[in-house]
Design a protein around this ligand. Structure first.
Ligand SMILES: [Zn+2]
Ligand SMILES: [Zn+2]
Length: 118
């Protein structure tokens, strides 16, 4: 199981987080869908960190969000399985939008594994 505190304080994460914010022009991508320009304060894992630790530093899995949208994407304390990380319907929708990237990643992973066997 991933040590969240250790991960979120690591320099690798901090650098990645900064790069994602820069890529997204420091605005919330969820608010942008509704034509609003709101400064982003958070970089969110579309495929959650606890369930997909191997995607923790994948740029395609990361999205800049404002605090309000980030809170809307997560169940805070309401989910007995993932008390902090559980996704709400909003979170699931954000995740669904990355499905193609996820499938591409799965496929390229499969290829790598096959190549290693040869
Ligand atoms: Zn927002
Ligand atoms: Zn999040």
């Amino acid at each position: 199981m991933i040590d969240k505190h250790k991960f979120y304080t690591s320099s690798r994460w901090r650098r990645k987080r900064e790069a994602v914010l820069r890529r997204d022009n420091y605005v919330c991508k969820e608010c942008a869908r509704y034509g609003k320009t709101v400064p982003a304060d958070t970089v969110h894992h579309c495929y959650p960190l606890m369930d997909y630790p191997e995607l923790k530093l994948k740029s395609w899995n990361l999205i800049s969000l404002c605090n309000a949208c980030h809170n809307k994407a997560h169940m805070r304390g309401g989910n007995p399985v993932h008390p902090v990380d559980g996704l709400t319907d909003v979170g699931e929708r954000i995740k669904d939008r990355k499905k193609i990237q996820y499938e591409n990643w799965l496929n390229s992973n499969k290829d790598n594994k096959n190549n290693n066997k040869k």
